[in-house]
Write a protein that binds this ligand. Structure first.
Ligand code: GDP
Length: 605
């Protein structure tokens, strides 16, 4: 009915956007977060809580004092209360801010080192931001390191820039144009933020120094502008049952397992019934308490760091204390249930969402274990992009069960019999079993490195397997009987030969130019030594088990050829071409012609 509707509408409000920081290691993510956090605390507004759990709140008033005159540039009415900045930078936290098909992060700051440009993890971050459709701003960091740069701490970039020497300005522009080019090659248009007209079409680059703070006001301004103009719809929320995601699980003395809940919609209250995801299915539990950090000046001891709150409104980061959280999965969604009749609906929702990530298929592929739902999902995406098939994708430590899967895979294709463990424990019995069965367990906490490690192993194994198969085939080889080196004329024939082409080994059947069978090589000798192989150019003695006789079917100075069946000639030429020398290839082609009846003798060499 319309009355209820209008009441609901009257309770709609605009929440703070949730901001995450991503970028390559050492780009300056932590430093930038510290700067932003420091600002938030320094410009604390009475009545606003700047420190949340897992996040920091930057109220609009604080922004006003940071941005100063710059604010006039965005000319928008101020509607967002501020920013909720997630405290942990990087992929893992971002991955756990997941929502089906997207992210609960509203905006990301991608930190790039001005002098280094885009690096490995920057590319990775761009990929996941694209995939989850999160708009981002690029913080081009460490401008204070540009030779000759004069720092103006905490000033807007555009002010600081104007005060630099022209040659220094030019240097910065050069670095920027390189970064712009890198973005162009990824299909993005990008420009210095003050030259961008349409922020939905062109990526904004904000040059700054996380260390000195110059340019940070500009960054905040661009974020605010983006949020106000383009995210308004997304930021609308109601005073209704809350929705959030478990960013992290943490053991707290006296409290048991607690969760860092990032609430992105609605409200959560003490005593609320909530549904979230657990290792063994959905968890239905009641909020025992909601904790926020106590302001520093009220903290009496390190144990006294939290204060209870009755309710929390989105967007917020809060510590959730409830029974059953030891089973919970980081990255799982959390729903506040206002009506018990909805428990089933929400449980199903949670279950589907988790099943959408975890799986077990009867295919030949690797076993993947990750610590959280978010990292598992990101890892699956990464493996798919690299065309690596997955048999099991699950959360939790590497256990014996995982080896059962790997062993089944080993029977079909040993190249995929491997376990990829992302930031999880490997149980001792699993480790033992893996070692016993030659199943490698790759462990890592940087996604691309973990996948690279697996790929390197996979590639090496593959090469080895190919080489082994190649070496089982009859090798292409041609030898010439050296005149004057006939030691025995009949079975076994013993002659001195020169290897003209390829490589001989024992067991290789030899024929004459016209295809007459001479016999198999028994042994290769060089002086007193028995050789396994003799390669092109070598002069060795060979013994041949033979019905033929030197002087009759074969003579001094004659060429002898390795006799390769037709199907093997084709296999060699098609599959193992890269292992063949030019001479071997030519010989195989001549032998093929002869075997196909296209020539009456082997016209080689
Ligand atoms: P993260 O790995 O991306 O979190 O990078 P950090 O924030 O830990 O920074 C890596 C290093 O770069 C540290 O030694 C920082 O002090 C330094 N750093 C970060 N930002 C700046 C900056 O703007 N200017 C300068 N000169 N150094 C910086």
């Amino acid at each position: 009915n319309s009355e209820a509707k209008s009441e609901q509408q009257s309770q709609t409000f605009i929440r703070s956007p949730i901001v995450v920081v991503l970028g390559h290691v050492d780009a300056g993510k932590t430093t930038l977060l510290d700067k932003i956090r420091g600002t938030a605390v320094a410009k604390r507004e009475p009545g606003t809580m700047t420190q949340h759990i897992g996040a920091s709140f930057l109220p609009w008033k604080a922004l006003e004092s940071i941005c100063g005159d710059l604010l006039n540039r965005i000319k928008a009415e101020i509607i967002i209360p501020g920013f909720l900045v997630i405290d942990t930078p990087g992929h893992e936290a971002f991955s756990n801010l997941r929502k089906r098909g997207g992210s609960i992060a509203d905006i990301a700051i991608l930190v790039v080192d001005v002098q280094r440009g885009l690096e490995q993890q920057t590319f990775e971050a761009i990929d996941i931001l694209r995939e989850r459709k999160v708009p981002f701003v690029v913080a081009v960091n460490k401008i204070d390191r540009i030779p000759g740069w004069k720092s103006f701490p905490d000033k807007p970039f555009i002010e600081s820039f104007q005060k630099q020497e022209p040659s220094v300005q030019f240097r910065l522009e050069e670095f920027l144009s390189y970064i712009i080019q890198q973005f162009n090659s990824l299909g993005f248009r990008a420009d210095r933020y003050d030259r961008v007209r349409d922020f939905t079409k062109v990526l904004a680059l904000v040059p700054l120094s996380a260390l000195t703070g110059e340019g940070v006001p500009d960054l905040m301004l661009v974020l605010a502008g983006l949020a106000q103009r383009y995210l308004k719809k997304r930021l609308e929320t109601k005073i209704s049952s809350g929705r959030g995601v478990l960013l992290e699980l943490k053991e707290e003395v006296g409290l048991g397992t607690t969760a860092t809940l990032i609430l992105y919609d609605g409200v959560i209250k003490r005593g609320d019934l909530v549904v979230t995801g657990g290792l063994n299915g959905p968890i239905v539990t009641r909020v025992r308490s909601l904790l926020m950090p106590k302001p520093l000046d009220e903290m009496r001891s390190p144990e006294d760091k939290f204060q209870e709150v009755k309710e929390v409104v989105a967007a917020a980061g809060v510590k959730l204390v409830a029974e059953g959280l030891e089973e919970a999965i980081a990255g799982a969604p959390l729903y506040v249930v206002t009506n018990e009749s909805e428990i089933e609906k929400f449980s199903k929702l949670v279950e589907e969402e988790i099943k959408g990530v975890k799986f077990e298929k009867d295919v030949v592929g690797v076993v993947v274990k990750a610590d959280t739902l978010g990292t598992l999902e990101a890892l699956i995406g990464f493996l798919k992009k690299n065309n690596i098939p997955i048999r099991v994708a699950d959360i939790g430590p590497v256990a014996r069960r995982d080896l059962v899967h790997a062993l089944m895979v080993k029977e079909k294709d040993p190249l995929y019999a491997a376990i990829l463990a992302f930031n999880v424990k490997i149980l001792p019995e699993a480790k033992e079993e893996a070692a016993m069965n030659g199943i490698p367990i790759f462990w890592g906490n940087i996604m691309y490195r973990l996948v690279e490690d697996f790929q390197a192993w996979h590639q090496a194994q593959r090469e080895q397997a190919i080489k082994a198969a190649f070496q089982k085939l009859t090798p292409p080889a041609v030898v010439q009987i050296l005149p004057g080196y006939v030691f025995r004329r009949r079975d076994p024939i013993i002659v001195g030969v020169k290897v003209i082409t390829g490589r001989i080994r024992s067991g290789v059947p030899l024929i004459t130019k016209t295809g007459k069978e001479i016999g198999e090589i028994m042994q290769i000798r060089e002086h007193e030594n028995v050789l396994e192989y003799a390669s092109e150019g070598a002069e060795v003695a060979i013994s041949i088990r033979s019905k033929a006789m030197v002087g009759r079917q074969v003579n001094e100075g004659d060429y002898l050829y390795s006799d390769i069946p037709l199907d093997q000639i084709n296999t060699l030429l098609e599959k193992y071409d890269k292992y063949l020398t030019e001479n071997e290839r030519n010989y195989l082609k001549k032998l093929l012609r002869f075997k196909m009846g296209l020539s009456s003798s082997i016209e080689y060499p």
